[in-house]
Design a protein around this ligand. Structure first.
Ligand code: ADP
Ligand code: ASP
Ligand code: MG
Length: 466
């Protein structure tokens, strides 16, 4: 019976939080014979590591030293709180200090070169998780449990796409079975770095920001775990981001499809890539609150109960641009859409939403604002002759837009949902710029002005709780 549990940054962000996390691990161990605990860096640490690296690349020789001292302070405080004047505490202090020294020397190298490569950045940012697993494992041992910290560089085999590495399932399965199973068989709790992997040459890679959830799902799949639990700082997946909509409520059950849509369209509570490994193996997923472990949390399963006509949740992504390719000469010409999205793919940008209006002969799609210039340049290259001939009139970006998405499999086949949504937004004077509905009818996405996002989320949320 294998369970994989992942604890996010806030769950290891302070002495109190780590204490709670270790209690949860101890309690859970009573019911599960094999336990893998995936851990993020302490909250804010990955950002700090990034910041120090970037300032070093920009020629600042002092900022990264401040970051290093900050790292020491935060980690050593936990050691002095939870492992006071113990030999394990001293040993751990020395071990963590080596990681900080390594970070400083990498920053020094970046400073000298004046260049920060994606590969170097992965080596640097992985240090946050390497430190947090050692902390948690030492605390568990101190409390009498058998626990071992393991770098996922030994487990998750990826390609070379630094900062967004893609795991190889077969190789990951083989190395995870070989490395973890004997420990698990002996009843050792394996405390594993989230976010981190390594390519076949053993060079460190990372899975993308927020990727520790994905690490847990990958290990769950590799070990054929019975369940995967994600422990975070809220009571599960909620009807909206509770930071933006205080009335948000916890959702008891969601289907994989529903949560995949929510995660893709901005609900930070789960990394969007987490779903595929668990869905492929039909592994139930739970989201729970480290600070309220008694709460039921959210269960994610194949098919959730469908309440007809019900919208379950609303989410939003900000900071987007809507790119419009327009021209009378596009009408009925085959291949324009394929060439448009081919050009977007060439600029390595993924599209979040597409909408086409044939009457106006235009294709529009949303991309992150930071990517808009390169996407437009790529499209202008692809359609240079059409632009000269005026078959395509213009390629423009509308900035400062957001996508607001409503999710709920119960909306399927229910007439009038869109009408209710649009009138709720109309009542708040929120203008809808574009709309897209997945063919599954599990989600409807609307593009709005960024300034209208909060109003739109609140207006839609009122429909959910009514
Ligand atoms: P962790 O560090 O545990 O991975 P994250 O900060 O990545 O935690 O994700 C949890 C946060 O996601 C919550 O604190 C909450 O503000 C945010 N969030 C956004 N949308 C939702 C939602 N629909 N349900 C729950 N939390 C959400
Ligand atoms: N520590 C990493 C990040 O902040 C991964 C994670 O927390 O999931 O992006
Ligand atoms: Mg997260």
């Amino acid at each position: 019976m294998t369970l994989v549990m992942k604890f996010g940054g806030t769950s290891v962000g302070s002495s109190e939080a780590i204490q709670r996390t270790s209690e949860i691990v101890c309690d859970t161990q009573r019911d599960w014979s094999q336990l893998v605990v995936v851990v993020s860096a302490m909250s804010g640490v990955t950002d700090l590591l990034h910041e120090g690296a970037a300032t070093a690349a920009a020629g600042n020789a002092t900022a990264y030293r401040e970051v290093a001292n900050n790292l020491r302070r935060r980690h050593f405080k936990i050691i002095s709180d939870l492992l006071p004047s113990s030999p394990e505490g001293q040993q751990l202090t020395a071990e963590l200090d080596k990681f900080v020294e390594r970070y400083e020397s990498l920053c020094k190298a970046v400073l000298v070169l004046g260049e920060l490569t994606p590969r170097a950045l992965d080596a640097m940012t992985s240090i946050g998780e390497r430190m947090s697993i050692r902390l948690l494992a030492a605390i568990l041992r101190h409390q009498g449990h058998s626990a071992q910290a393991i770098d996922a560089t030994e487990l998750i085999v990826t390609d070379d796409s630094y900062q967004n590495a893609v795991p190889d399932l077969e190789k990951t399965k083989a190395s995870t079975e070989a490395r973890l199973r004997p420990l698990l068989d002996e009843g050792v709790v394996a405390v594993v770095t989230g976010f981190v992997g390594a390519n076949e040459q053993g060079i460190t890679t990372t899975l993308g920001r927020g990727g520790s959830d994905y690490s847990a799902a990958i290990l769950g799949q590799a070990l054929e775990a019975l369940e995967v639990w994600i422990w975070t700082d809220v009571d599960g997946v909620m009807t909206a981001d509770p930071r933006l909509v205080p009335e948000a409520r916890t959702i008891n059950t969601l289907s994989y499809r529903e949560v995949a849509e929510l995660a893709f369209y901005g609900a930070k509570v789960l990394h969007p890539k987490t779903i595929r490994p668990v869905i492929e193996n039909d592994i139930p997923l739970r989201i729970k609150n480290t600070f309220n472990p008694q709460g039921a949390g959210t269960r994610i399963i194949q098919n959730s109960i469908q309440r007809n006509g019900k919208i379950k949740a609303v989410t939003a992504i900000r900071n987007l641009s809507l790119i419009n390719v327009e021209g009378k000469g596009m009408l009925g010409v085959p291949g324009i859409a394929a060439r448009t999205f081919g050009a977007v793919a060439d600029s390595k940008v993924s599209v979040l939403l597409i909408s086409q209006a044939s009457s106006e002969q235009s294709i529009c799609f949303a991309v992150p604002t930071g990517a808009a210039d390169s996407v437009i340049a790529s499209l202008e290259g692809e359609f240079s002759s059409e632009l000269i001939r005026r078959d395509i009139d213009r390629i423009v970006a509308k900035e400062n837009v957001a996508i607001v998405t409503v999710v709920g499999a119960g909306m399927q086949g229910t007439p009038g949902i869109s009408g209710r949504l649009f009138s709720a937004l109309g009542d708040q004077r929120v203008n809808i710029i574009a709309i897209a509905q997945g063919s599954s009818e599990c989600s409807i996405s609307m593009v709005v002005e960024e300034d209208d996002t909060a109003e739109a989320e609140k207006a839609i949320h009122a429909l959910i709780v009514s």
